[in-house]
Design a protein around this ligand. Structure first.
Ligand SMILES: [Cu+2]
Length: 170
C-alpha cells in the first residue's frame, strides 16, 4: 500500500469517528463489545389520543441515540390548528399506559425541564399555516430505556387533558 492510500484511510477513519459512526469490527472479539455503543434509532407513528380525537392529527417521531452519547428527537406533525401553540415531550410510558404517563427524566431526581427532560422544539411551538409542525431537539446524553414515547400537547386545552397525540418509539 502506498503512502497516499494510507493517508486516505486515516482521513476516512477520522471522519467516521467524528460522525459517531460505528463500523463493523473485523474480529468480532469479546473486547470489541466494550467499544462505544452503536447509534440506536427508534421511531413511531403519531396516533390521536382522546383529547385530539376530534382532529386529524398524524405524523411521526424519531429518536436517535448517537454513538457519541447524545439523543436527537425529531417530530413531524400534521393536522394541527394553524397558529395554535403546542408542546411536545419524551414520555416515560407507552402511549397505552396511563396516556403515556409523565415525562422522561434523565436524572429521575432532577428538574422537570430541559436539559433534564427532552422536549422536541425546546418549548412551545406554533403550527404553521398548513397545520404542520416540524420540531426537534438534541440532548447531550443518551436517553435511557424508559424514554419510550413522544406526546404532543395542545396548549389551548386544560393541562390535565391536553395530550392530543402520541407515538410509541420502537
Ligand atoms: Cu408531555
Amino acid at each position: 500500500m502506498n503512502k497516499h492510500s494510507n493517508a486516505r484511510r486515516l482521513v476516512m477513519a477520522g471522519c467516521a469517528i467524528a460522525l459517531g459512526v460505528t463500523t463493523a469490527t473485523p474480529s468480532g472479539s469479546l473486547a470489541a463489545q466494550s467499544e462505544p455503543s452503536q447509534a440506536q434509532v427508534t421511531n413511531g407513528e403519531l396516533l390521536p389520543f382522546a383529547a385530539g380525537a376530534s382532529g386529524s392529527t398524524s405524523g411521526h417521531a424519531q429518536m436517535v441515540r448517537t454513538a457519541s452519547g447524545a439523543t436527537i428527537v425529531s417530530l413531524h406533525v400534521t393536522g394541527l390548528v394553524p397558529g395554535r401553540a403546542y408542546a411536545s415531550h419524551v414520555h416515560a410510558a407507552p402511549c397505552a399506559v396511563g396516556a403515556a404517563d409523565g415525562h422522561y427524566k434523565h436524572d429521575p431526581a432532577g428538574a422537570a425541564t430541559p436539559p433534564n427532560e427532552i422536549w422536541p422544539g425546546d418549548g412551545p411551538f406554533v403550527a404553521g399555516p398548513s397545520g404542520n409542525a416540524n420540531v426537534n431537539t438534541v440532548a447531550d446524553f443518551r436517553a435511557g430505556a424508559t424514554a419510550v414515547s413522544v406526546v404532543v400537547h395542545d396548549r389551548s386545552l386544560p393541562s390535565a387533558a391536553n395530550k392530543i397525540a402520541c407515538a410509541d418509539l420502537s
